[in-house]
Design a binder for this molecule. Structure first.
Ligand code: 13P
Length: 256
């Protein structure tokens, strides 16, 4: 197995104000040892309003947890009411930015072109995109899971020289927030398919290095099984990431 550091990231979605955010990060950190941070990168992805508070906490307490943002705009600045630029995120020590989360695609009308613009802006700003891909239940039932994921990858990574500089999150839409997790075998097969597609796009060497997370109802009870698989390099965790005990257990999966 290639030497890829797993990335375990908690996508809080639209949950927690800045005070609750501080509490959560403190409680998670209380459960983690240096060894946990050495084995995996551990990141939290709060709403914009909590980024500054969490950044201050991480820096003040010298916690090696990383910070991510849930979205960004592709322009550097301008008349884009409600939007946040990559430069603004960078000033808050944000490392990762989600691009193309299925909720952004389904609820906010983001298509592959917008996702690609955001992804390129994140890279241009020196941050790391987490490109989210995944099929709906209808697409899976129709046997289209692979073609959907391949086309999201191709479009999302358009113009990217080294796909390994992006993290890919395979998140089947039918598994998000439903409690219905992909089986470790299915998740590994699809993450392997993501890697094969990256090989087509950027070569075998890039494919061996790219990190592919699984997301969709990752919980303390299934995290270790999922992350033990060959092609799964960590998890993008939604619901379970806003519970300190659950998220800490997921981060400590290698101890189970
Ligand atoms: P759940 O873990 O709540 O299914 O959410 C997954 C997700 O969308 C993470 O980005």
């Amino acid at each position: 197995m290639a030497d890829r550091t797993p990335l375990i990231a908690g996508n809080w979605k639209m949950h927690l104000d800045h005070l609750e955010a501080i509490q959560l990060v403190q409680s998670v950190a209380y459960h983690l040892d240096p060894e946990d941070y050495e084995r995996s990168e551990i990141a939290v992805i709060p709403p914009f309003t909590a980024l500054r508070s969490v950044q201050t906490l991480l820096e003040g307490d010298k916690l090696p947890m990383l910070l991510g943002a849930q979205d960004c705009h592709w322009e550097e600045q301008g008349a884009f009411t409600g939007a946040v630029s990559v430069g603004m995120l960078k000033r808050l020590a944000v490392r990762y930015v989600l691009c193309g989360h299925s909720e952004r695609r389904a609820l906010f009308g983001e298509d592959d072109e917008i996702v690609n613009k955001k992804l390129r802006a994140v890279m241009a700003g020196g941050l790391t995109p987490i490109l989210c891909v995944g099929e709906t239940l209808e697409q899976r039932d129709a046997g289209d899971a692979e073609s959907v994921v391949a086309s999201q990858l191709r479009a999302g990574l358009d113009g990217v020289d080294d796909p390994a500089s992006v993290v890919i999150a395979y998140e089947p839409v039918w598994a998000i927030g439903t409690g219905r997790t992909a089986t470790p075998d299915d998740a590994d097969t699809m993450c392997g398919f993501v890697r094969d597609t990256i090989s087509d796009l950027g070569g075998a060497e890039s494919a061996a290095r790219v990190r592919v997370q699984y997301g969709g109802s990752v919980k303390p009870g299934n995290a270790a099984d999922l992350m033990a698989r060959e092609h799964i390099d960590g998890a993008l965790v939604g619901g379970a990431s806003i519970n300190a005990d659950d998220f800490a257990i997921i981060c400590r999966h290698h101890r189970s």
